[in-house]
Design a protein around this ligand. Structure first.
Ligand code: ZN
Ligand code: ZN
Length: 358
C-alpha cells in the first residue's frame, strides 16, 4: 500500500495535483484540477491512466489545461471517465466537450460521467461520445454525506467552501489497516493457522478459539497481536475564504492529515486583498495546518504578483507558524532544500502520526 503525489505546473503558474494510490490489488490515479500546461509534463500514457478528475472549481486557472486531458481520454472506453466538481461542472464541461468538430464520432463509444457536488447532494450527468456530447443524460441524485468516492483501499471526501462561488476542498484517505504482529505471536508461543482469519474478523462469533488444544479469547488475542496502522492522507485545499468559521470546520475534517497541500496566493501583509478575493494567505494556510495537526504543509498556487525573493519570505512567514512547511522540492525555490533543479517526481505522502517535536 502506498500513496504518492506530485504537484504539476511551475511556481507562479497554474498548478494541479496528481495522487497515485497503490492498494496492492489496484493502482488508481487521481488528478485535482488541471490548469494551463500542467499536464504537458506527463507522458500521454500517464494522462490516459488517470481514473478521476476532481475540480476545486472551474475558474480558468484550474481548467485551462483540460483540453490536454480530454485529448488523451475523449474516446477512452477501457475505464470509466469520471469528473467531479462543484455545481455547474456538468454544464461547463458539456460546452468544453462540444468545443470541437465531431464528424467521425458515430462509430466510437465512450461514456463520461460528470458529478456536480452540492453541499448535501451529488447530481450525475452522463454524456456520450457517440452522440457528440450533445445530450446531457440525467443519471440521478444521491445524498452527499462527506465521502464522495470509495476506491480500493481509499476514500475521497469533499467539502464545499466559499470563494464567492462554491469551491471544493478534498481529502484522500487510505483505509486503516490491521496487521498481525508476528514477533508478538511468536513470543506468545502461538503457531499461525486458520484461526488468524477469525482474529482479523472483528465480528467473529463465538469469542473463543482453540489453538494447539488450548482455548483462547479472541478479544484478548486481538489486543495482544493486532497492530492498527492508520492510512496516509492528502488534503487538496485551494481558492477559498479561510475565516475562523471555515478554519474550525476544516480542522475537524483534516485532523491528523499527513500531507496538506494548500494555496499560498497572498503573503500575510496582503490579508485584506486575500479576504476581498476569498483566498488565503501563507499565515492562514500554516495556521490551519497547525490547528489540524497536519504532518506537513506543502504550499502551491503562488501568485505571480510576487517575485522569487518574496516567495521565499512567504515560506519563512508560514514556517514561523508551522515549521514543517515547504514548497514542492522540484520548484527549487527553497535554498535549504538542496539542489536547485530537482527533477519532478512522485513524493511519498507523510505518515499520519504526530511527530514528537510538536
Ligand atoms: Zn478561483
Ligand atoms: Zn485559482
Amino acid at each position: 500500500m502506498s500513496m504518492t503525489f506530485r504537484i504539476l505546473g511551475a511556481a507562479g503558474r497554474d498548478n494541479a495535483l496528481l495522487v497515485q494510490i497503490d492498494s496492492g490489488q489496484a493502482f488508481e490515479r487521481l488528478l485535482f484540477d488541471c490548469g494551463e500546461g500542467c499536464l504537458s509534463e506527463l507522458p500521454f500514457r500517464d494522462i490516459q491512466a488517470i481514473d478521476h478528475l476532481f475540480f476545486s472549481h472551474l475558474h480558468m486557472d484550474h481548467v485551462a489545461g483540460f483540453d490536454t486531458f480530454f485529448r488523451c481520454t475523449f474516446n477512452r472506453n477501457m475505464r470509466p471517465n469520471r469528473v467531479w466538481g462543484p455545481p455547474e461542472t456538468a454544464r461547463i464541461l458539456q460546452h468544453r466537450f462540444q468545443g470541437f468538430l465531431w464528424n467521425l464520432h458515430e462509430d466510437m463509444s465512450a461514456t463520461w460521467l460528470v458529478h456536480d457536488i452540492h453541499p448535501q447532494l451529488i447530481h450525475t450527468t452522463r454524456m456520450e461520445l457517440s452522440d457528440a456530447f450533445a445530450v446531457a443524460h440525467e443519471e440521478g441524485t444521491e445524498l452527499h454525506e462527506g465521502t464522495i468516492l470509495k476506491g480500493a483501499g481509499f476514500a475521497v471526501d469533499a467539502f464545499t467552501m466559499d470563494h464567492r462561488t462554491p469551491t471544493l476542498a478534498y481529502v484522500v484517505r487510505e483505509k486503516t489497516r490491521w496487521n498481525i504482529d508476528t514477533f508478538r505471536l511468536a513470543s506468545l508461543g502461538l503457531q499461525p493457522g486458520p484461526w488468524l482469519k477469525q482474529l482479523k474478523e472483528s465480528t467473529s462469533s463465538p469469542d473463543d478459539v482453540v489453538i494447539d488444544g488450548i482455548r483462547h479469547s479472541l478479544t484478548e488475542l486481538r489486543k495482544e497481536v493486532i497492530v492498527e496502522t492508520a492510512g496516509k492522507s492528502i488534503a487538496y485545499l485551494t481558492d477559498f475564504l479561510l475565516d475562523e468559521q471555515a478554519t474550525e470546520r476544516l480542522c475537524d475534517a483534516l485532523r491528523g492529515c499527513g500531507t496538506m497541500i494548500c494555496e499560498a496566493q497572498y503573503r500575510h501583509r496582503d490579508l485584506d486583498l486575500a479576504r476581498r478575493h476569498f483566498h488565503m494567505t501563507t499565515v492562514l494556510s500554516a495556521t490551519l495546518a497547525a490547528r489540524a495537526q497536519a504532518g506537513e504543509l506543502i504550499l502551491f498556487h503562488l501568485s505571480n504578483r510576487y517575485d522569487r525573493s518574496e516567495w521565499l519570505e512567504m515560506l519563512q512567514e508560514a514556517r514561523q507558524v508551522f515549521p514543517r512547511t515547504q514548497y514542492p522540492p522540484h520548484w527549487g525555490l527553497d535554498p535549504g532544500a538542496g539542489a536547485d533543479t530537482l527533477p519532478a517526481r512522485m513524493q511519498q505522502a507523510a505518515p499520519p502520526e504526530s511527530p514528537p517535536d510538536r
